[in-house]
Design a protein around this ligand. Structure first.
Ligand code: ATP
Length: 270
């Protein structure tokens, strides 16, 4: 798929104000076999912002996130209806190259999942596969810049040949973020990226997310409401497969429109 440039996208500002919409979901419905998990979900994800998806367990946050780079295609029983656009292009159009799409919309998972290869190879593998760089010097540079952007370079510069799996959990997660960054995505999806980490490693990941938002559009699923409040400019509250409320994070947390949102953020259920 050809992904349009930011300048083109800027021409398509919507009624929501002056924000550019990077990803838009419209009337998205999803079934696992006969069981419907998402119901008419509409969401605008703004460019170069962090959008948090919150809600009680099983409400469909991860299912929704996986629709944004067609990861659900890998689950045979899944059926998706509705539209998801990236810069106004329908990512479910039959002409879309899904591998290409996933290089534009990268993903970081709950459990750090480095390849059982060296730190260097974890970063270099996909850019080499996609032909993003040619030659060892360019690849070295890309590995270094990706690790720098993920805040890991100083910790690993002298041991790029050691296995990624030997790093600490927090370092492994930053390695996975560096790996996602290396193919130059525009959007990064994060599914509870810090939930397996200790508070210090979590704080490092949150600082990193804050830095990354200057260059990337980030959608993050989190159970941690404080984390959503700390990192996200916008938050969507999901309940039973629907978006109940979407707003800027401050408003959603301090002045929710819906009783169900208030009940959730004040800990009455979830
Ligand atoms: N691979 C799958 N096959 C069948 N049903 C699934 C699958 N993945 C999720 N579901 C179901 O879809 C619904 C939404 O699940 P999902 O994981 O998207 O929710 P979630 O809000 O991310 O939950 P959690 O916060 O616990 O991770 C749940 O009822 C779940 O059981």
């Amino acid at each position: 798929m050809t992904v349009k440039t930011d300048t083109e996208a800027a021409g398509r500002r919507r009624a929501s104000g002056t924000r550019d919409i990077k990803v838009r979901a419209e009337k998205l419905n999803l079934w696992y076999g006969d069981t419907q998990a998402l119901f008419d979900v509409d969401l605008d994800v703004y460019a170069r912002e962090v959008t948090a998806l919150i809600g009680p367990s099983g409400c469909g946050k991860s299912s929704f996130l996986r629709c944004l780079n067609r990861m659900n295609d890998l689950i045979p029983s899944v059926r998706v209806e509705g539209r998801v656009t990236l810069d106004d292009e329908d990512i479910y159009d039959p002409s879309v190259d899904v591998v290409q799409l996933r290089s534009h919309v990268g993903m970081v998972f709950q459990k750090p999942n480095p390849f059982p290869k060296s730190i260097y190879e974890n970063i270099a593998y996909a850019p080499r596969l996609h032909g993003i760089v040619n030659g060892r010097a360019a690849l070295d540079e890309l590995v270094e810049s990706s690790l720098k952007r993920a805040g890991l370079w100083r910790e690993v510069a002298d041991r790029l040949d050691t296995p990624g799996t030997e790093l600490s959990g927090g370092q492994q997660q930053r390695l996975c973020i560096a790996r996602a960054i290396a193919v130059n995505p525009e959007v990064i999806l994060m599914d509870e990226p810090a939930s397996a980490l200790d508070p210090l490693a979590t704080a490092t990941i949150e600082e990193l997310i804050d830095e990354l938002k200057d260059n990337y559009t980030i959608v993050i699923v989190t159970h941690n409401l404080q984390q959503a409040a700390r990192v996200a400019g916008y938050t969507a509250f999901f309940h039973m497969g629907r978006i109940i409320e979407f707003n800027d994070t401050d408003t959603l947390f301090t002045n929710p429109r819906e009783q169900r949102t208030e009940d959730y953020i004040t800990g009455r259920y979830g």
